[in-house]
Design a protein around this ligand. Structure first.
Ligand code: ATP
Ligand code: MG
Length: 413
């Protein structure tokens, strides 16, 4: 039997001229997230989306909608014609599963002001009639069940669950960002926060293994999958670390962490410029580890022309861990993995000098080295549970092909 879920969004309703772009992206993202369920339709009425689907798909749809950015809240609703007796009968049906001794309250909202009964009056009358019909107890402050009735333009929506979405903006509306993904706890959380502000991350990972294949099967591929909302295509660029390692073998060990991070940033900048992404993002935090002092961050960013966004800058580690658990990446992040940063020395100077980092880059020919590493890179595309791995050069070479490769640009600015 067909049923409906109503989905409310917040900020996108306030974005003036961009409103249509936001709503189109939101609709597309809802459809993509619910695509595994099948037979789903999404319609917009009165600043809310109505998702029509088969009753059987409701539990899976609720789980998916709770992860779609832009969704503020949603509810599995029954519709009733705009007449009090019909609304009462629908309310009785919606409350049918409640225990006999359960307490309840009624919340009525009436955006449709032409309905003759006021919201207080209707809440009171529904309350009285429900007590009489079902024998439930009223408890206005801490009820077991809340019955919600929304009077909208052409019907009343009756429901008893008010479910929270993640809020934020629909993924895609802020454009693409090249996100440096390590195997650690922080960078997946940072990617999630970028998505929450409407960015589509294309992931970039530097790997130690002899080839890219095992990396897509490792926790790195798993993290990318966990961060993708189902139904969406996601891309991961894989760059080998070994040419860098051979070239910089004589680097003083207290230079290694910052010089390597500067190198990663140069590769990222090269790629982001060629792919026409306006920004790079990372999981850096301020002063969490020695490589992240303000002075060292300045060394890493020096010479970049693209902004590097660091959404975790203001978070404490335990807040990051809590978010990682909440979004489901924590258990994967703590699995064993041989990361580049576990090979380079982990004891940097806390105050590197920009001139020394620049000098190391010049001496080791970082521009040429970055180009060489990129030429050995690969791109993995994750789609519907399958992964396609191809040389990165094929994507970078042809501009038109490249733009197709990256999927439709959803941003309007
Ligand atoms: P994380 O938990 O994200 O690894 P961290 O606290 O361990 O962060 P670093 O190891 O200094 O800090 O890494 C800082 C940031 O640099 C990471 O958040 C990530 O954005 C990027 N980074 C580190 N290693 C890699 C890598 N191998 N590939 C791509 N990006 C990386
Ligand atoms: Mg790390």
């Amino acid at each position: 039997m067909l049923t409906r879920i109503v989905v409310h969004y917040g900020e996108i309703g306030t974005k003036g001229g961009n409103r249509q772009v936001f709503e189109t992206s939101m609709r597309r993202n809802i459809l993509a997230a619910l695509s595994p369920i099948g037979g789903v339709r999404v319609r917009m009425v009165d600043n809310r989306f109505f998702v029509s689907l088969d009753e059987e798909g409701v539990p899976a749809a609720k789980l998916s909608l709770s992860k779609v950015f832009g969704v503020v809240w949603f509810a599995h609703v029954e519709g009733a014609p705009l007449s009090y007796p019909e609304i009462l009968e629908t309310s009785i049906r919606v409350l049918a599963g409640a225990r006999k001794e359960a307490s309840f309250r009624v919340r009525v909202r009436r955006p449709n002001k032409s309905f003759p009964m006021g919201s207080q009056e209707m809440a009171r009358k529904l309350g009285e009639d429900i007590i009489e019909r079902l024998g439930l107890q009223v408890n206005l402050s801490l009820p077991d069940v809340t019955l919600y009735v929304d009077i909208i333009s052409d019907e009343a929506l009756v429901y008893r669950e008010h479910l929270k979405g993640p809020g934020g903006l629909p993924v895609g509306v802020s454009g693409r960002v090249l996100h440096l993904l390590s195997g650690g706890i922080d960078s997946p959380v940072a990617a999630w926060l970028m998505m929450k502000r409407g960015c589509t991350p294309v992931y970039l990972h530097f790997y130690v293994a002899p080839s890219a294949e095992p990396i897509v099967q490792s926790k790195i591929g798993e993290l990318v999958r966990e961060l993708s909302q189902s139904g969406e295509e996601t891309r991961l660029i894989l760059i080998p670390f070994s040419p860098y390692q051979l070239e910089t073998i004589d680097l003083p060990s207290d230079y290694e962490p910052i010089v390597f991070r500067r190198f990663m940033r140069m590769v990222a900048e090269n790629l982001a410029s060629r792919l026409e992404f306006p920004a790079i993002s990372t999981g850096d935090n301020l002063a969490q580890v020695a490589s992240q002092t303000l002075q060292n961050i300045a060394c890493i960013d020096s010479g970049s022309s693209l902004p590097t966004l660091r959404p975790l800058l203001g978070y404490d580690k335990d807040e990051i861990v809590q978010l990682a658990r909440q979004i489901g990446t924590y258990e994967t992040s703590i699995l064993d993995y041989k990361d580049c940063c576990s090979i380079v020395s982990s004891h940097p100077r806390t105050r590197m000098k920009i001139a020394d980092v620049d000098e190391a880059g010049r001496r080791h020919g970082f521009d040429e080295l970055a180009a060489r590493c990129i030429s050995m890179g690969s791109m993995a595309t994750f789609r519907d549970g399958a992964i396609q791995l191809r040389p990165l050069s094929a994507v970078l070479d042809a501009r038109s092909e490249r733009l197709n490769e990256l999927g439709p640009e959803r941003a309007s600015g």
